[in-house]
Design a protein around this ligand. Sequence first.
Ligand SMILES: [Mg+2]
Length: 250
Amino acid sequence: MLGAPSGKIASGLAVGIYDSIDELLDRIARYLKDGYKRVKIKIAPGWDFEPLVEVRMRFGEKLPLMVDANGAYNFDEHFDLLCSLEEFGLMMIEQPFAADALEESAELSHSIETPICLDESADSLTTLNKIIKQHAAKILNIKVQRVGGLWNAKRMHDRAHEAGLKCWLGTMPELGIASTQALAIATLPGFVFPTDIEASSRWFVDDIIDPPITITSKGFIDLPSNGSKHYSTNPEKLERYIIQKKEFSR
Ligand SMILES: [Mg+2]
């Protein structure tokens, strides 16, 4: 239905902001051995340069590394600091400024080699067109939930791909049902960076899909191919965890 081929999707590890750099390093070390293809760390003013120095020191220059600021910086105050992150050889800096700060994002994008990725800014095809027109980013994080569903996600992928923006598939708190649909869309050709969708076991004690999402030792999620097994909802688990039920008849 989505026109997406079956295949395998590279998966990346996303880690948050911790109380200490040691905790951050421990968390990365613990999960990186599962095979993830890149590491994304959250940054914010006061938690950026130092943690990156330590992550590079501990895991080396070759670790594919990116940062996500969730719009935490402002242009006047932090422009130089963001430029200084160039030395870490990051895959991208995601959403440095507020969602509507496209002009500022464009200026940063022109000033550094590190590509700028937009996430919160790109909530519709209309804003995506503005991003393209203003050259506000080189990379787009598409989240099915944020853009209003699979069809919108596909249309935004198609538009971004056509305009030369590289994409990757982000994620929001969701059960396996949503993750597996998003994985299907992540096989489209514009999705060239690892997805934030991780193994079911990373977030859930007991996700409600069969089989659970797993990561190969090489960091890929293998999608069940057509005609063989598919992901499905486990009806017993669904029954066990359900909190409200509504039935609709035609
Ligand atoms: Mg983000």
